[in-house]
Write a protein that binds this ligand. Structure first.
Ligand SMILES: NC(=O)c1ccc[n+]([C@@H]2O[C@H](COP(=O)([O-])OP(=O)(O)OC[C@H]3O[C@@H](n4cnc5c(N)ncnc54)[C@H](OP(=O)(O)O)[C@@H]3O)[C@@H](O)[C@H]2O)c1
Length: 320
């Protein structure tokens, strides 16, 4: 089968399409003939070599999220899975391939009317958006700011906050065109990356969901209302300054909360239950997914170039 490996860590040119044997599903695993492969921010981080200390080596097959048809099952897995269309989390490897394996608990049957591209756009990120709002103890009527809203986590968070009755849903984004698209998804106020918006922008927010992190994170702590909750879910802009916590201490009398949130801490069955209901919502058109572009698997390097250039609104999907 065809797979994309990292020959050399660094820029996307270090990725290569190779022919390798199809993986054999171990006990408890299924093998999926892929029809759609999600290209996520974490793939770019691994490709650059940033996580080499975590054991990623050259020769690694990227990719953590696929959709397709079950082709084979390992020992202990019900054979009725064979032939079913599924979404699957493959861990931090193995997705950029014509065949991928996943543990049965990380596999979910797909509704007939949900495309594979939509499933890999929503599958991982929708759960992050859902539980981040839950972690923020968001309640209807509150104001929400989604920082870094143009990615698939933000796009879902905007829709969920709007649908659940936020009194305002502000977003940060880098262009007017993206702002317009985010308004169409439920945003009520569009701010630039530094948090500047129009004169009607709320002075403060009850909840901030932050995909960005980076040096400007403290500016957004300042935007919390008294009793406001800030939930950091990503670091696409890098790590925040080491002393950012002083900003919270300086605002002691506002009773602010800061949390990090990783969906790894949510029990697997809870993730699958939310994912399943989001897939049903997406199939009915109640939740929108934004597929930036579908590219052939052998153009994975181009997909990474586009991500690195900041061109992607939503998610790029690869198709074998
Ligand atoms: N917490 C979890 O459980 C979990 C799970 C999966 C992934 N993640 C993390 O989530 C992040 C990826 O999420 P995603 O795919 O939704 O995001 P993304 O598409 O990679 O980025 C979202 C948006 O952030 C803005 N942005 C990018 N760089 C920026 C910068 N330097 N400063 C300010 N804004 C910037 C861009 O929009 P504009 O150009 O419009 O500003 C971009 O479209 C990664 O950090 C990943 O590790 C977390």
């Amino acid at each position: 089968m065809k797979a994309v490996v990292i020959r050399t860590f660094g820029d996307p040119g270090g990725m290569e399409v190779v022919d390798v044997p199809a993986p054999v599903p171990a006990p408890g695993q299924l093998r999926i003939a892929t029809e759609a492969i999600g290209v996520g921010g974490v793939d770019a981080v691994i490709r650059r070599g940033t996580l080499a200390a975590y054991g990623f080596r050259e020769g690694h097959v990227l990719g953590s999220e696929v959709a397709g048809r079950v082709a084979a099952v390992g020992e202990g897995v019900d054979t009725s899975w064979i032939g079913r269309r599924v979404w699957a989390f493959t861990g931090l490897s193995g997705g950029y391939a014509e065949q991928a394996v996943a543990a049965v608990e990380d596999v979910l049957a797909l509704p007939d009317d949900l495309t594979g591209a939509d499933a890999v756009t929503l599958g991982g990120s929708g759960v992050v958006a859902h539980f981040a709002l839950e972690r923020a103890r968001f309640t209807p009527g509150e104001t929400v700011l989604v920082r870094g809203a143009a990615g698939s986590i933000g796009i879902t968070a905007v829709q969920l906050a709007a649908r659940r009755g936020a009194s305002a849903v502000a977003v940060t984004t880098s262009s007017v065109d993206r702002g317009t698209r985010l308004r169409d998804l439920g945003a009520t106020h569009v701010l630039d990356r530094t948090g500047e918006g129009g004169p009607d922008t709320p002075l403060g927010f009850d909840v901030v969901i932050d995909v960005v992190g980076g040096p400007q994170l403290p500016l957004f702590l300042d935007k919390l209302n008294p009793n406001g909750r800030f939930v950091a879910v990503g670091v696409v802009g890098g790590q925040p300054p080491a002393d950012f916590g002083m900003r919270l201490m300086d605002a002691f009398r506002k009773s602010l909360s800061f949390a990090t949130f990783s969906s790894d801490t949510v029990p697997g069955p809870d993730r699958q239950s939310v994912r399943s209901s989001q897939f049903a919502d997406a199939a009915h058109g109640d939740l929108r997914t934004v597929v930036h572009e579908v590219l052939p698997l052998d153009q994975a390097a181009l997909a990474h170039h586009r991500m690195d250039a900041g061109e992607v609104f939503g998610r790029i999907v690869l198709a074998p």
